[in-house]
Design a protein around this ligand. Structure first.
Ligand code: AMP
Length: 606
């Protein structure tokens, strides 16, 4: 049972957080008991537990699993078999994750009760923010929020991203009862399925209500920066709409249009002039503060792969704090940042003990053995095959400074499921540990919500190089880099090529090289291709060809930084500025994909 509290009552919210964190151990036990008692007779748990819902039996008998292990169960439900395969409560929808399996989004079960749990979680973010920032009820939030495509599965259940599901729920609409949750974007603009119309209308509403805006944000830093870029491109048109009190003809979604018109209400040339004036400077440095002068902070996730956007955000922000409030996933919501104004590099999340039953697999911290900046997977699970796996520990058993992989047992039918995130314990709040998000297991490249791992990258490169082999070219080495200097960012691959029989590299045919770029893109997973084609949140992939010997120079650098020569493996992703310089200084050709890859909403296999 979720505790009930009035979301407008800050004291009550903070007291609840004290209770949850003080009683983390007892709450976790109760959560496990409840999940097991409720779901003991599901097909999945029955096969392991044999009617015994004791914790020891659970830990001894139920395996720790990856998505591939439970995929058949979830797909059976998507194809119309009963929820009771995994969950006693009816599965009411499926959530498509940005993590993929076999190139397609993973799908996670969800229930009506889980939606309430998420709403409870969101309501607790408010008192934490109010504790540090005064007067948030005296104005509005300009949050740029978007829905993504959804599909209906053969079972009739919808499959859609977790935030799309939340924004479409009544719980989201009813947030307005909380006076701290008043947004400049009308719901109709957030729920518009055309992302360009949605973005335009939300920015227009944000500009018109600029005097009321006390905070701005988006979910991820990448989306917020895309909005700034969009603003730059459409500034003239936005100002013209404000000046005339009308909305451009291409805004054809009737709900969106009407909602915006009701905010625009009358021509306002004074405001249009003011905005144009603020934006007329040579540089857009500090533009957020100029356009929304009462803004107290920017709310965007800047931890994990989003940290790469901090410098650009700082450039536009004019010194405003960057606030990452929460850590969550399609599997379940996870943790809250109790010190929202802390520096991005110091952000920790406290997992709320009533969200799910959490376990932690200790992982090796190999940081000493590899060059941290260059090697992406410095922290890894001791055994990748799941064999000599170390024992998973409970939430309150984790140790300060140690690294763990997060395992969740949810109220929705996931049991001992590896989320794939590596976390480090930074401290304790009462009896609840706090975690720094270290990285996602095995992800080498990420620009937006895409998460490309080494294996996918290798597969894509292998397919592309087939084009070069008949011409006598060999790809001798490759690595990658997420270039976020431009908006949107894009993937860069560094390729060292040689001609069979010689080290000299003849001129490369740009048409063939561009095709190579396209084949890599076509071969990447569907989340990458959706970001590239539908969301336009990733730019064209680029291949930079480097001279012979470049990867030897990279190895020399890594060894000089402490890598062992014997164990050296080419890092498949570059993060260090110095390593990047070594590669970039040896580039002899740059080629980019000149077509967007194919993408369509995925289908459930029947
Ligand atoms: P999805 O399954 O698409 O909902 O993505 C969830 C994943 O996004 C998590 O497992 C994390 O890897 C990442 N993520 C979510 N919130 C944060 C955060 N605050 N900081 C860093 N990474 C995050």
């Amino acid at each position: 049972m979720l505790p009930v509290f009035d979301p407008n009552d800050n004291e009550a919210g903070l007291k609840l957080l004290e209770d949850l964190t003080n009683n983390a151990c007892q709450i976790q036990q109760r959560v496990l008991e409840e999940i097991l008692a409720t779901n003991l007779h599901t097909e999945y748990l029955k096969s392991f537990l044999n009617g015994d819902s004791g914790k020891e039996n659970f830990k001894n008998k139920v395996p720790i699993v990856n998505y591939e292990d439970i995929k058949p169960c979830i797909e059976r439900i998507a194809n119309g078999e009963p929820s009771s395969i995994i969950s006693a409560q009816p599965i009411t929808e499926l959530l498509t994750s940005s993590g993929t399996s076999g190139g397609q989004p993973k799908i996670m079960p969800s229930t009506a009760e889980e939606l309430e749990r998420k709403t409870f979680f969101y309501n607790l973010l408010v008192p934490v923010m109010n504790k540090y920032v005064d007067g948030l009820d005296q104005g509005k939030a300009m949050y740029l929020l978007f829905i993504k495509p959804e599909i209906s599965t053969p079972s009739g259940l919808m499959a859609r991203p977790v935030l799309t599901s939340y924004y479409k729920s009544n719980n989201f609409r009813n947030r307005a009862f909380n006076r701290y949750n008043v947004y400049t974007s009308p719901d109709e603009t957030i729920l518009c399925s055309d992302s360009k119309q949605s973005m335009y209308c939300q920015l227009l509403c944000g500009l018109v209500q600029r005097d009321e805006v006390l905070r701005v944000g988006a979910i991820f830093a990448s989306a917020f920066l895309r909005a700034i870029k969009f603003l730059e491109e459409y500034l003239k048109e936005l100002c013209s709409n404000i000046r005339t009190g009308s909305v451009s003809d291409w805004i054809t979604d009737p709900n969106c249009r009407n909602a915006v018109l009701s905010i625009l209400s009358k021509p306002n040339s004074e405001l249009a002039d003011l905005i144009e004036d603020e934006c007329s400077g040579k540089s857009w440095e500090g533009i957020i503060k100029k356009l929304w002068p009462r803004t107290k902070y920017i709310e965007v996730i800047v931890t994990g792969s989003m940290a790469q956007y901090i410098p650009t955000l700082e450039f536009y922000s004019g010194g405003l704090p960057l606030v990452s409030t929460m850590y969550g996933s399609s599997e379940c919501y996870l943790g809250i940042n109790f010190k929202p104004l802390s520096n991005p590099s110091d952000v920790s999340y406290t997992l709320l003990p009533n969200m799910a039953y959490f376990e932690f697999l200790p992982v090796d911290n190999n940081h000493k053995e590899v060059v941290p900046d260059v090697q992406c997977n410095g922290v890894g699970v001791t055994d990748r095959n799941g064999k000599e796996m170390v024992e998973a520990v409970d939430l309150v058993e984790v140790k300060l400074g140690h690294y763990y992989e997060l395992i969740v047992t949810t109220f929705t039918g996931l049991y001992r499921y590896r989320v794939g995130d590596i976390l480090m314990v930074t401290g304790f709040y009462n009896n609840a540990p706090q975690f720094r998000f270290v990285h996602r297991r095995n992800v080498v490249l990420s620009i937006d919500t895409d998460k490309t791992n080494e294996e996918d990258l290798l597969k894509a490169v292998t397919r592309a190089k087939v084009l070069l082999e008949p011409l006598g070219f060999l790809l001798t080495e490759y690595t990658s880099f997420a270039d976020t200097a431009s908006i949107p960012g894009h993937y860069v691959l560094f390729w060292e090529l040689k001609m069979r029989g010689t080290n000299d590299l003849p001129e490369l045919d740009p048409v063939i090289m561009e095709q190579c770029c396209s084949i890599v893109e076509e071969s990447l997973d569907s989340v990458y291709r959706r970001c590239r084609k539908k969301d336009k949140s990733i730019g064209p992939l680029e291949v930079r060809v480097v001279t012979h010997g470049t990867f030897d120079a990279l190895m020399d650098f890594c060894v000089s930084q402490g890598s062992s020569v014997n164990q050296y493996k080419t890092p498949r992703c570059i993060k260090s500025e110095e390593a990047l310089k070594i590669l970039d200084s040896r580039v002899v050709g740059r080629f980019s994909s000149n077509k967007t890859p194919f993408w369509e909403p995925f289908k459930i296999e029947t």
